[in-house]
Design a protein around this ligand. Structure first.
Ligand SMILES: NC(=O)c1ccc[n+]([C@@H]2O[C@H](COP(=O)([O-])OP(=O)(O)OC[C@H]3O[C@@H](n4cnc5c(N)ncnc54)[C@H](OP(=O)(O)O)[C@@H]3O)[C@@H](O)[C@H]2O)c1
Length: 335
């Protein structure tokens, strides 16, 4: 199997490339800077592409089974890459956290990918995939789900420069939540405190959760919404261009291993019964690389449904989550 990484020289792209090399996958490193690509540990197959030259992208992706896109912000830069993957018959995975981008992948590119026999999986990250899988399992435990909520807990987590830029795009539009059969823009303000496993009660704010776009495709609930224990709008207001330019590419190795995440899913049925489940791990960036590569290698081996596909429909959820546990990502269902 041949897997390409686009944006391989970025903070997340480097972790993704390292994970591919660790698994001995035939990896193709794609980016705009040949010198930087060739200098990467393990680089063998390096290809220079330009987002404004579609033929360079299609040519580089031909013969690859899957591409993992780490070029961000996705809302701004993502379109030509999905177009090229479809044209090159190459399955596509990305590491976005941008909800509006995920919606575009599903609504605009999904039908075209299905017609071309290509699978697209957006938001293959530490929160996107676990959020879709665990919330899907939680929803299945109840009959007639009224409310499905996904709560993101970030603990001692530093963010990369690329994430700072993407946060700006995420905060530029109100969060989307699913209510009564349609997507509605909600206010991005404070919500009720959330009782997290291990960490107890945390404040919460509405979040444009990428996994909501996927959950709506397979989890029947009257309301599907997300929160985070960090106020995204306040965080973005502290990030001007100078702050971003002066920031390091991403958290140090020590900061990465000290940071933790929990994705908690809560469902409430019309009769008042409830169900919960969660996924927890450390090092959100390393976990994202692991999850993106795990998803990509499964899609690259083919056999997944075509079009834009949520993890819950592409994979067997319990088996996928269990495959992450040897790497310290733990999950549990139960109240
Ligand atoms: N859980 C999550 O939601 C999660 C977790 C991890 C990462 N992410 C997301 O992943 C994305 C990447 O983050 P990061 O920290 O890796 O960012 P980064 O270090 O800034 O990397 C961005 C990559 O995009 C490339 N790029 C940017 N503009 C380009 C252009 N015009 N043409 C070609 N290539 C271009 C850069 O190339 P150069 O190297 O040549 O500059 C670089 O390789 C962000 O959106 C982040 O939020 C999300």
């Amino acid at each position: 199997m041949k897997a390409a990484v686009l944006g391989a020289t970025g903070f997340t792209g480097r972790l993704v490339a390292a994970e591919l090399f660790r698994r001995d996958v035939d990896a193709v490193l794609l980016g705009r800077d040949e010198k930087a690509l060739s200098a990467m540990d393990g680089a063998r197959d390096v290809r220079v592409v330009s987002l404004v030259d579609p033929s360079s992208l299609v040519g580089a992706l031909r013969g690859c089974d899957v591409v993992i896109s780490c070029v961000a912000p996705f809302t701004l830069l993502g379109g030509p890459i999905v177009e090229a993957a479809i044209a090159a018959s190459c399955n596509y995975v990305d590491v976005t956290g941008e909800q509006r981008w995920v919606r575009r992948v599903y609504d605009e590119f999904g039908p075209r990918a299905a017609a071309a026999g290509v699978t697209l999986m957006s938001a293959a990250t530490d929160d996107g995939v676990p959020g879709d899988l665990v919330a899907g399992l939680v929803a299945k435990r109840l009959v007639d789900v009224d409310t499905l909520r996904v709560h993101h807990g970030m603990f001692d987590a530093g963010i990369s420069r690329g994430t700072m830029l993407s946060f700006g795009h995420m905060a530029a539009s109100p969060p989307l939540a699913w209510h009564d059969g349609e997507w509605r823009e909600t206010d991005s303000g404070a919500r009720e405190a959330v009782d997290f496993p291990h960490d107890g009660e945390q404040p919460s704010w509405a979040l444009p959760g990428p996994e909501l776009i996927m959950l709506q495709r397979h989890a029947a609930a009257r309301t599907i919404e997300a929160t985070m224990n960090v106020d995204l709008v306040a965080a973005v207001s502290s990030l001007d261009d100078d702050v971003i330019a002066a920031a390091p590419a991403g958290p140090s190795d020590e900061e990465r291993s000290a940071s933790r995440f929990t994705i908690l899913a809560e469902a409430r049925a019309s009769d008042g019964t409830t169900a919960r489940g969660h996924v927890s791990g450390s090092d959100p960036y390393g976990s994202t690389a692991l999850i993106a590569v795990e998803a990509a290698t499964r899609l690259g081996a083919r056999g997944a449904p075509v079009g834009a596909v949520p993890p819950s429909l592409a994979f067997e959820p319990v088996e996928f989550l269990d495959a992450l546990t040897p790497f310290g990502i733990k999950w549990q269902l139960g109240n």
